[in-house]
Design a protein around this ligand. Structure first.
Ligand SMILES: Nc1nc2c(c(=O)[nH]1)N[C@H]1C(S)=C(S)[C@@H](COP(=O)(O)O)O[C@H]1N2
Ligand SMILES: [Mo]
Length: 421
C-alpha cells in the first residue's frame, strides 16, 4: 500500500474496517519516504511494445507467478498414478479455485476420453435402461452451482500430531468450483426409477472403475452430472468430459469420467466403502458411510509457506471455511492458541456447501502468535479442537479430520505447524 499515510480518508477507512472486523487497527501502513527509483525511473515495460493479442490463444498466469502450483508430498505418494497433489491455498484469494490449481486425486491416473465416444449408461432398477451421449446430456435443463470438493483424507496426515509445514499440504485436498451440470434427478426420471429402489452406484470409466453407493435420496436431491467447471469444459484431471457432483459429501463419491449409474435397493459394499473410506475407532468398530464433510476452516495467510514479511503494525489474516451441511455465517480467529476469540470479517458470496473467505485485520505488536480459526456453520455446529476430535474418534482415523489448525508465528513472522494442548 502506498497511499499518503496522512490522508484523512484513508484513516477513516481504517477506522471503519476496524469496526467491521472487530479489530483495533491503531498503526498505519507508511509509504516510502525517500525517492524510489521504482517510481522515479522509467521501467522497461513503459518503453517497449509488449506481445500482441496472438501471443497466447489460451492465456497463462504471469511468469512471475510460476511458484503458484499444485504440489505433492513425496513420501505420501510413491508413484504418480495412484496419487494426489494439493491446491496452493496460501496463494489464492476469494473463493474460486482456478482450474489449473484444483488438487487432483486419482486411483489409476487420468483417463483420456474421446468426447465423441463418451457414453453414460443408467441401468438396474429402472423402467428403461438408457445410454446418453454428450450431445444428449446437453438437451437437458442445466444448472450452475458452486461447491467445494474435499477429499475425506484432507488432513489425514495430521491425526496424531502436527506434521506438514504448509496449509497446501495440511488442507489442500480441496477445491471450490462453479459447476454446470444436469441434475441427476432429471436423468433418473427419464429412465424411470422403480419402486423399492433406494441406492445408486456411480461408476468411473478410468482404469480404477471407481464406484461408491450413494443413497437415492441424495441422488434425487442435489447431485449434478457436470460437464463444465468455472465456465469451461472439465479438465481431464477433474473427470473430462463428465463427473458426478455430490454436494457437501466426501470427494471419493464425486466419480470422475462417469460412465454408468446403476440403480438398486441396497448398497454394493464395494472396496471404497468397506476397506477404504471408513473410520476405525478406538473400540475396534469402524464408522461407515460417513459421507458429509463437517465444518472446517484454516488460516491461509500467514502460514508456513506464506510468512509475515513486514514488521509490526497493520496485518491482514485471511483464510477459508466450509461446511457440507450449509453455509458459514461466522468464523472466529484466535491470536493466542484459543484462549481469546475475535469474530472475523466474512467477504464474498456465502453459498450453500461452498468455500467462504474470511479476514481479520489487526495491529501486530511483533510478539509471537498462536493463530487459529474456528468455523461455525448454519446448523450451529462449531469446528472442534483436535483434542475434542481425538476424544471421540481415537487416533486410528485417516479421514474426516476437521480439527482446529494452529500456526505458531515467531517475532520474525515465520509460521510453523504446531499443536497446543
Ligand atoms: N473415476 C474416478 N473418480 C474419482 C476418483 C478416481 O480415482 N477415479 N478419485 C476420487 C477421490 S478419492 C477424490 S478425493 C476426488 C478428487 O477429485 P479431483 O481430482 O477433482 O480433486 O475424485 C474422486 N472421484
Ligand atoms: Mo479422496
Amino acid at each position: 500500500m502506498s497511499q499518503n499515510p496522512t490522508n484523512p480518508t484513508r484513516r477513516g477507512f481504517l477506522a471503519g474496517a476496524a469496526m467491521a472486523g472487530g479489530a483495533a487497527v491503531a498503526g498505519r501502513v507508511h509509504a516510502q519516504a525517500a525517492p524510489d527509483p521504482a517510481i522515479t525511473e522509467l521501467q522497461p515495460w513503459n518503453q517497449y511494445l509488449g506481445p500482441g493479442v496472438d501471443a497466447a490463444p489460451y492465456g497463462m498466469p504471469s511468469p512471475h507467478e510460476a511458484h503458484v502450483i499444485r504440489r505433492n508430498v513425496p513420501w505420501l505418494t510413491a508413484d504418480s498414478v495412484s496419487s494426489v497433489n494439493f491446491t496452493p491455498l496460501h496463494e489464492l484469494e476469494g473463493i474460486i479455485t482456478p482450474n489449473g490449481l484444483a488438487f487432483e486425486r486419482h486411483h489409476a491416473g487420468v483417463a483420456d476420453i474421446d468426447p465423441a465416444e463418451y457414453r453414460l449408461m443408467i441401468n438396474g432398477m429402472v423402467d428403461t435402461p438408457l445410454v446418453f451421449t454428450l450431445a444428449d446430456l446437453a438437451r437437458f435443463p442445466r444448472e450452475n452451482r458452486t461447491y467445494f470438493l474435499e477429499c475425506a483424507a484432507n488432513g489425514g496426515m495430521e491425526w496424531r500430531g502436527a506434521q506438514l509445514n504448509g496449509c497446501q499440504f495440511t488442507h489442500g485436498m480441496i477445491h471450490n468450483v462453479v459447476y454446470t451440470g444436469v441434475p441427476l434427478r432429471l436423468l433418473l426420471e427419464e429412465a424411470g426409477v422403480q419402486p423399492g429402489a433406494l441406492w445408486v452406484l456411480p461408476e468411473g470409466a478410468d482404469a480404477s472403475a471407481m464406484t461408491r453407493s450413494v443413497p437415492l435420496e441424495k441422488a434425487l436431491d442435489d447431485c449434478l452430472v457436470a460437464t463444465h467447471m468455472n465456465g469451461e469444459r472439465l479438465r481431464p484431471e477433474q473427470g473430462y468430459p463428465v463427473r458426478l457432483v455430490v454436494p457437501g459429501w466426501e470427494g471419493n463419491m464425486w466419480v470422475k469420467w462417469l460412465r454408468r449409474i446403476e440403480v438398486g435397493d441396497q448398497p454394493w459394499q464395494h472396496r471404497e466403502e468397506t476397506s477404504k473410506y471408513t473410520d476405525l475407532l478406538e473400540s475396534g468398530d469402524a464408522r461407515r458411510f460417513t459421507w458429509v464433510m463437517d465444518a472446517k476452516s484454516v488460516i491461509t495467510n500467514p502460514s508456513p509457506q506464506a510468512p509475515i514479511t513486514h514488521g509490526p503494525g497493520p496485518t491482514v489474516i485471511t483464510g477459508v471455511a466450509w461446511s457440507g451441511r450449509g453455509t458459514i455465517p461466522r468464523v472466529d480467529v484466535s491470536l493466542d492458541g484459543g484462549m481469546n476469540w475475535h469474530t472475523a470479517r466474512m467477504s464474498g458470496p456465502s453459498l450453500d456447501k461452498s468455500m467462504h473467505r474470511f479476514y481479520y485485520e489487526f495491529d501486530w505488536d511483533g510478539a509471537p502468535l498462536l493463530l487459529q480459526s474456528r468455523a461455525m456453520d448454519s446448523t450451529g455446529y462449531v469446528q472442534p479442537t483436535k483434542e475434542q476430535l481425538r476424544h471421540f474418534r481415537g487416533e486410528n482415523s485417516i479421514y474426516h479430520n476437521n480439527g482446529i489448525q494452529t500456526w505458531a508465528i515467531d517475532s520474525d513472522g515465520r509460521a510453523e505447524n504446531v499443536e497446543v494442548g
